[in-house]
Design a protein around this ligand. Structure first.
Ligand code: F6P
Length: 511
């Protein structure tokens, strides 16, 4: 486990290497494509979670279970999965979903109820009771595959909001082994959570895990407050980052573990000469301009339209900046089958059109450079490296890894991160970044101007601090922290305050 870092010991009880790891997520960590001969091929994904879990899966052995996200001949897909497992060094298990299950479970319950509600956007929720029924049925399907593919002694680590009911379904199936859950998105305050028609069932289902992990102290606090509302007899014990909640015979650990990135890989790749060349090329195409960068998945939680308005506000109030700044906004296509996402895309198109339509000059300055597409790895690294200012202003975000990737790639350390107070990352990066309220158009515009005018020594000092925090608490640290919290027999042996935790959460927001 781990990755070239020294970590606190696991406590006297068990060695984390002794158990196989079963990872479960909605999507399997690869995409399917047909090769030249028309046969299915599973192409491994390169996301941070895969990179972080790979050493653990390889060392201890294990399986990754999820929805392949492709429809095709079952035999063919399974053979592609076996092939992928052989080259990855661990196996894969597929959960087949029927089209109506994808609709009601993934698009419906997960992304039209939980996603907006947990991001404080209750007005966008569609509380269709059919969605809940299918969510329970599909979670049960996942549980059946896990039960069939795991062995006694395995540690099962389930990820994210699509699968909150899986432990309850596994317990119904008689699976008694240790189960961990990590919520990658925020957990809402009781005021919002209470709106959910299935709130009590969902809380009870989460209490079937042995460890429930959140991104930030705030998410964990919200969860504990909700729990106290519904379970009057719950006893919460402990201090620090992992608490114990006792409910009758059950003890559930509740912790917060800020997810991160493979810092060393991003830094190393960003230092490559071809990235430097491409970054230079970008500046040559925008001579004399500071580049402000936004990179987001198409999603209404990312605050893209408000950010564009803030940029327009800056240009309206500060004409001296015309021709001196270019805003590059990259939007990566996502969840295009959900109507809200279509609507958002149109709004972005219109706003960009309005800003450029009123301010661009032929053959000269174009204020917003907008791209709606997937970037190659090289492009992503070069955009990060070239940007003088990153605008990461989600309305709400579990963590936001773009903020961390940007810092890791800023190898010259001569740039500024502007970060939303409502991104989970703010609790870790708040001292080095300029924090903004994404709803405050003038405040964001002022922060861009402050970043533009910032003294180079201050830019460097801030960026150095940011990079040090991310380097120290990278995604391998995150995996270790979670697994240690899960397997340490006695919580008193868990590295509570005094461990790396205090530094990771080096800035406490005032709310
Ligand atoms: O941030 C939550 C998340 O589910 C990520 O795990 C995932 O990469 C992203 O949103 C896009 O998710 P999907 O395309 O599976 O809906």
């Amino acid at each position: 486990m781990g990755h070239g870092q020294e970590h606190p010991p696991a406590g006297p009880a068990q060695d984390p290497h002794s158990r196989r790891l079963v990872v479960v997520s909605n999507r399997l960590p690869f995409t399917f494509a047909r090769d030249a001969g028309g046969a299915w091929q599973a192409l491994p994904g390169g996301g941070g979670l895969v990179t972080a879990l790979l050493p653990v899966l390889r060392n201890r052995g294990g399986t990754w279970i999820g929805w392949p996200g492709a429809t095709g001949d079952k035999e063919e897909l399974e053979s592609a999965l076996r092939g992928a497992g052989t080259s990855a060094g661990y196996s894969f298990g597929a959960v087949d979903l029927l089209p109506d299950e994808v609709h009601d479970f993934y698009l419906g319950f997960s992304n039209e109820i939980i996603w907006p509600l947990f991001h404080d956007l209750q007005s966008l929720c569609n509380f269709d009771p059919a969605y809940w029924r299918t969510y329970c049925r599909v979670n049960r399907k996942f549980a059946e595959v896990i039960a069939a593919q795991s062995r006694t002694g395995d540690f099962v680590w389930i990820h994210d909001y699509h699968l909150m009911n899986v432990a309850a379904a596994l317990r119904e199936l008689g699976v008694g082994g240790r189960l961990g859950f990590f919520l990658h998105i925020p957990f809402p305050s009781p005021d919002l959570f209470l709106k959910l028609p299935w709130r009590a069932e969902l809380l009870r289902a989460l209490m079937c895990f042995d460890l429930v992990g959140f991104q930030t102290a705030r998410d964990r606090r919200n969860f504990v407050q909700c729990l106290r509302l519904f379970e009057k007899d719950v006893e919460i014990e402990g201090r620090g980052h992992v608490l114990a909640a006792r409910l009758g015979e059950r003890e559930v650990r509740i912790g917060h573990f800020p997810i991160s990135i493979d810092y060393a890989a991003f830094r190393r790749q960003a230092e490559a000469p071809e990235v430097a060349d491409k970054a230079r090329e970008l500046h040559e195409r925008l001579p004399g301009r500071r580049i402000i960068l936004g990179i987001d998945r198409l999603d209404y939680t990312k605050g893209i339209t408000l950010r564009l308005r803030a940029f327009r506000n800056l240009l309206d109030r500060h004409p001296e900046l015309h021709g001196k700044v270019s805003f590059m906004q990259v939007v990566v296509p996502s969840r295009e089958d959900i109507p809200q996402y279509h609507k958002l895309r149109t709004e972005i198109d219109q706003l960009v059109g309005q800003i450029n339509g009123s301010l661009a000059r032929p053959g000269g300055w174009v204020p917003v450079w907008y791209e709606y597409r997937n970037l190659t790895r090289l492009e992503l690294l070069a955009y990060y490296r070239a940007a003088d200012i990153a605008l990461v202003t989600p309305l709400k975000d579990g963590m936001n890894l773009v903020a961390k990737e940007y810092c890791a790639c800023s190898v010259e350390e001569d740039c500024v991160l502007i970060l939303s107070e409502f991104a989970g990352a703010a609790s870790q990066l708040g001292r080095g970044a300029l924090l903004v309220n994404p709803y405050d158009e003038e405040g964001v515009a002022d922060a861009i101007r402050a970043a533009y005018l910032m003294d180079p020594a201050e830019r460097r000092a801030r960026m150095r601090r940011l990079r040090a925090s991310i380097r120290e608490h990278d995604v391998f640290w995150w995996v270790d922290s979670f697994l240690q919290a899960a397997i340490t027999r006695d919580l008193r042996d868990y590295p509570q305050p005094g461990g790396p935790w205090d530094d990771a959460l080096d800035y406490q927001l005032p709310f």
